[in-house]
Write a protein that binds this ligand. Structure first.
Ligand code: TZP
Ligand code: MG
Length: 232
């Protein structure tokens, strides 16, 4: 069979199951609303759930994302992705490396890597990452990460370094503290001419998962992406 089309990373939703962000709602229902609103890619991120629960939720999410024709990636837990047979994984700098992950998931799955500087980004590209998440852009309660706050200028610098190292074709999104209030500004600052390479989208957690109306939040973000001339 033909390989699946390359994913659209425009409005990239990363999930969070903690009460502080999800509240008492059902994650799968929130993700369904977000998909109706226009989310183009979903990463299931659960750092603490028991394996059996995470596998069960991942299966429900995968049934849902398949209905919408959107890829489902699993954060860190490569074994879950393999068991569920979803489209790929996302790993950070402290997780297994891309080579090991590739052996486990296979050639046809998507491997995303978080990078907070040019060295990490270029190494990930050389190791065969399929896309990069660049950040943390702004400090955020969702990830208590104070050492790698890079701002739009840091994202721009990484994109430039990627192009200079010959990896301009690797898709990239930014992540960390992106909201409906600042998304347009972040995209404008990052992609302003002469951009080495524009971002392919923005990744958010709380802007959608914690929103009163996740569908409306996703729709709003999709509007910013469209204005930034990123094809959806
Ligand atoms: N990686 C870098 S920042 C972050 C992750 C998973 C969390 C982003 O959450 P939010 O709520 O979109 O700021
Ligand atoms: Mg990780």
């Amino acid at each position: 069979t033909a390989p699946p089309p390359p994913p659209n990373y425009g409005v990239y939703l990363v999930t969070d199951s903690t009460p502080a962000i999800l509240g008492s709602r059902d994650l799968v229902e929130v993700v369904e609303a977000a998909l109706r609103g226009g989310v183009t890619c979903v990463q299931y991120r659960d750092k603490t759930g028991a394996q059996a629960d995470v596998v069960a939720t991942a299966r429900r999410l995968h049934a849902l994302t398949q209905r919408f024709g959107v890829p489902l990636l699993i954060n860190d837990r490569v074994d879950v992705a393999v068991e569920v047979g979803c489209e790929g994984i996302h790993i950070g700098q402290d997780d297994m490396n891309v080579h090991e992950a590739r052996k486990l998931v296979g050639r046809d799955k998507i491997i995303g890597v978080t990078a907070s500087n040019a060295d990490e980004a270029i190494r990930a590209c050389e190791d065969g990452a399929d896309y990069l998440g660049l950040g943390t852009v702004y400090s955020t309660a969702t990830k208590k990460d104070t050492k790698s706050i890079i701002g739009p200028s840091g994202v721009r610098a990484i994109l430039k370094a990627m192009v200079e190292a010959g990896h301009g074709a690797v898709p990239a999104v930014c992540i960390g503290g992106i909201s409906n209030d600042n998304a347009a500004r972040v995209l404008a600052q990052t992609n302003a001419a002469p951009a080495a390479k524009p971002l392919d989208g923005v990744a958010v957690v709380s802007a959608i998962i914690a929103a009163d109306d996740p569908a409306e939040a996703a729709r709003h973000l999709a509007g910013h992406i469209a204005v930034a001339a990123i094809p959806l």
